[in-house]
Design a binder for this molecule. Sequence first.
Ligand code: PHE
Length: 343
Amino acid sequence: MEEKLLSIKNNAISLILETKSVKELEEIKIQFLGRNGEITKLLKELPKISKEERPKIGSIANGLKNIIEEAISTRETTLKKTKVITSRSFDVTEPGIRPALGHLHPVTQAIREITSIFTQIGFTRVRYPEIEWDWYAFTALNFPQNHPARDDWETFFIKQQPDEKKGTVLLTPHTSSGQIREMEKGELPIKMLNIAKTYRRQSDVSHTPMFHQFEGLVVGENIAISDLKGTLNYFVKSYFGENRISRIRPYHFQFTEPSFEIDISCGVCLGKGCRLCKEGWLELGGAGMVHPNVLKACHIDPEKYTGFAFGWGVERVLMMKDGIKIDDLRILYSNDLDFLKQF
Ligand code: PHE
């Protein structure tokens, strides 16, 4: 009898473990514990067993019943869990959902492109502080004390104790402050490209209070206007296209003499004149030969060394590039994804 019980138990356990569904498990349960189940039948036979053996067999049979019940319930839980996992299984041949992939901001892309164009002809990219002293942004650049650029309406000032020598603290309104930072290091010759954020109190369709400029500065012996002209033409052709040319026009800046405004031939009519440009040229930005007073402020001998500088807006050249039509510059900084995704 005992042996019979043991074989029933082993048989039941292995059948339970083999079940693949709750339904199958249900059938096993009936097979062993149902009204005509194997265990039930055994228990019914107990009265036929001798009085001495009856309690022992009875308790083994009951224990067996419990073991089988427990095995069934454990298996049930496992099967139900497996069912959840099965329902999560997926078709590997189905096309997946692409994670959204961002890209660099158009202004960052332009900065990288400009950097690569100038580094190819030996310029070194540098960065100087956005928060500057008056000395670097104005005084050393030959601005008289009463120059309107210092006015609150042009420049953002920071409420901080002015430095005795370097003056008030401000957000630099142009990258030309980098010219002074570079020259005061006293290492010549210089071939610098300073690209940085600049700040002015302005906000309209063609101005944002924060914008970027890229500033070139070359200082050495025998640097002439022709070097400036050659560099400009190289940039214009590399950035805007082989069919574009630049021209220089007399202008005035405090820190360059002579000073120029640089134009590029219009991309639509290639210099002939059209509705967009009127006379064939578009204004790019300022440039000039470094003023002797600026060299002197940086302890460089103007009799021995000369240099040229240029400073243009990154957003401006980006807008002027063929095929890019932005009618309000402020959209560049409004985090409008529909706009940004196009670049
Ligand atoms: N700093 C001038 C501006 O912001 C541009 C400039 C740079 C002009 C270098 C001459 C030389 O308008």
